[in-house]
Ligand binder design. Structure first.
Ligand code: SF4
Length: 272
């Protein structure tokens, strides 16, 4: 195992420890879309399965959504060649999405809701304790910024989430892994990556703008993405305005001296 793979594996192990992602007796349904992220996630989870001292089952599931130009046979051949049980689920969500989406609107939002529903049901059918999705650090950062700029909410992607009806637990084992590292490992291991043929024809302008902004900031300072991600684990409820959060954190008004200690050097708010 080389440095890149070790780095990704240690980030995954760290996330698992911090958020209880992989636990003894788990039967984890690994959602494999055919993109680089889910291939790498399956690969790393199989490494973890080989190394941990407790029993964990993995079942790979690929949902064939009947998207034109996407060859699910490639994904099935990949899964068949790995030492993992798998299931291919076939549902024509593509036709539903095309029919139901208003002209000019992006397909992703309805498509992902339908995908999610089918994956949740499949996990229950398979008796799985958790569903692993391949979202990574950069997805989390972009989601944070999209929510901040366009929906007035301060939230990213949860590493572990119980569905509203309590039937499913979703985990994101790659949450601490950088997309560039994942892409490099997928290339290095020769995984048969196929991008989604639907959304690649439908540019998500807001996400593209956020990506471009991050790229621009990264060109000036390559720590920007890491810093935004670190901020998600370094929240100061006293410096936010959510009354519930402040109450939960037992926040009382700070003294001037305490406030000065929390100031970030060089980031002044200006004269007020
Ligand atoms: S990326 Fe493709 S498969 Fe995923 S939600 Fe968007 S349109 Fe659907």
């Amino acid at each position: 195992m080389d440095r890149l793979e070790r780095r990704l594996l240690s980030r995954l192990a760290r996330a698992s420890q911090d958020y209880g992602l992989i636990e003894p007796g788990d039967r984890i349904m690994v959602a494999v879309s055919g993109g680089k992220d889910s291939y790498v996630m399956l690969h790393l989870l199989q490494e973890v399965q080989r190394r941990v001292a407790f029993d964990v089952e993995l079942i790979a599931v690929h949902l064939d959504q009947h998207q034109p130009g996407f060859d699910s046979g490639v994904v099935e051949a990949f899964l068949a060649a790995r030492d993992v049980p798998y299931r291919i689920v076939r549902e024509d969500t593509y036709s539903v999405v095309v029919e139901e989406t208003r002209p000019g609107k992006a397909y992703c939002s309805l498509c992902s809701r339908l995908r999610r529903g089918i994956l949740y049901t499949t996990a229950v059918d398979l008796g799985c304790t958790k569903i692993a999705l391949g979202h990574h650090r950069d997805d989390s950062i972009e989601t944070l910024m999209l929510n901040l700029f366009y929906s007035g909410q301060l939230k990213a992607m949860p590493p572990r989430l119980t569905s509203d009806d309590g039937r499913n637990v979703v985990i994101r084992p790659l949450i601490g892994c950088a997309e560039a590292d994942i892409a490099a490992l997928a290339t290095q291991l020769g995984f048969p990556v196929q991008p989604c043929t639907v959304c690649s024809r439908q540019p998500d302008l807001k996400r593209a703008r956020v990506k471009a902004l991050l790229d621009e900031l990264h060109a000036e300072n390559d720590k920007v993405r890491g810093n935004v991600f670190a901020a998600l684990s370094n929240v100061k409820p006293s410096h936010l305005l959510d009354p519930q959060l402040r109450e939960l954190a037992g926040v009382e008004a700070l003294t001037g001296a305490e406030e000065a200690l929390l100031e970030v050097e060089g980031v002044g708010a200006g004269c007020a």
